[in-house]
Design a protein around this ligand. Structure first.
Ligand SMILES: C[S@@+](CC[C@H](N)C(=O)[O-])C[C@H]1O[C@@H](n2cnc3c(N)ncnc32)[C@H](O)[C@@H]1O
Length: 224
């Protein structure tokens, strides 16, 4: 299996540019609809000092927002890309450097109220170990909030995600073309039904399972 740090560096192309992209697009991910969902499904299970972990936290955008919303919360970010780890603010939350392909994540069984994992699953070679870790770490009744890419036709992907290059241009460089198609595969790993099936097989109760952006992404709220 390819080393995960190499895999991530390849997927993110350039770490600094990717962090900038994550920050520039944060308002699209953590928008009003996200917080309405949060209010509906997550707020009702939170006590005074909730324990929340963000798996694949990137540069900590969600952790920073949660820190403002819940100054009493115990927040943990789990990350493995070195350039992401370097940006994370260890004063406000605990950071665990861990490859989520592996099972030995150092969070206690039945200890978390909430796990969030936003646009992370598609970056892993297989999603089962991460989802098992979520299940193991959540308290009974704890909830997980997942958003990720789901499978779409190639024509839609090219039209919406590759606007700055013409993939049919004969002069287009080979490595650029390869990069587009590698990303297509990574962003199109699972259908929404695939993710729902995995979640059910791993023992989660599905509370919400909806498409976002006309089916480009899926959103799930699940309970242990
Ligand atoms: C697309 S970014 C999203 C970041 C953040 N959740 C957000 O929405 O702002 C996915 C993140 O998951 C992390 N990630 C991917 N695979 C991982 C793995 N195997 N172990 C730990 N983190 C991983 C990446 O390094 C990256 O920071």
């Amino acid at each position: 299996m390819q080393d995960t740090k190499e895999l991530l560096a390849e997927h993110h192309n350039n770490g600094e540019d990717f962090i900038r992209l994550m920050r520039e697009t944060a308002d699209n991910r953590f928008n009003d609809a996200f917080w309405i969902t949060w209010e509906q499904w997550i707020t009702p299970i939170l006590g005074d000092s909730p324990k929340i972990a963000d798996f694949g936290s990137g540069p900590g955008i969600l952790l920073d927002l949660l820190d403002k919303h819940y100054p009493q919360a115990e927040l943990t970010g789990v990350e493995y890309a070195t350039y992401m780890l370097d940006t994370l603010d260890q004063k406000h939350y605990q950071i665990i450097e861990h490859d989520l392909h592996l099972p030995n994540l150092s969070i206690l069984n039945n200890s978390l109220d909430v796990v969030t994992t936003i646009f992370c699953l598609h970056e892993l070679t297989q999603p089962i170990t991460l989802l098992r870790s979520v299940y193991r770490c959540l308290k009974p009744g704890g909830r997980c909030f997942i958003i990720d890419w789901v499978r779409n036709p190639l024509s839609r992907y090219i039209a919406e995600e590759v606007r700055d290059k013409d993939v049919f241009e004969p002069e287009l460089k080979q490595d650029v073309l390869n990069n587009v198609f590698n990303h297509f595969i990574e962003h199109n790993r699972y259908t929404r039904e695939d993710v729902t099936w995995l979640l059910e097989k791993l023992g989660f109760k599905i509370l919400e399972d909806i498409p976002l952006k006309e089916g480009k992404f899926g959103q799930w709220i699940v309970e242990k």
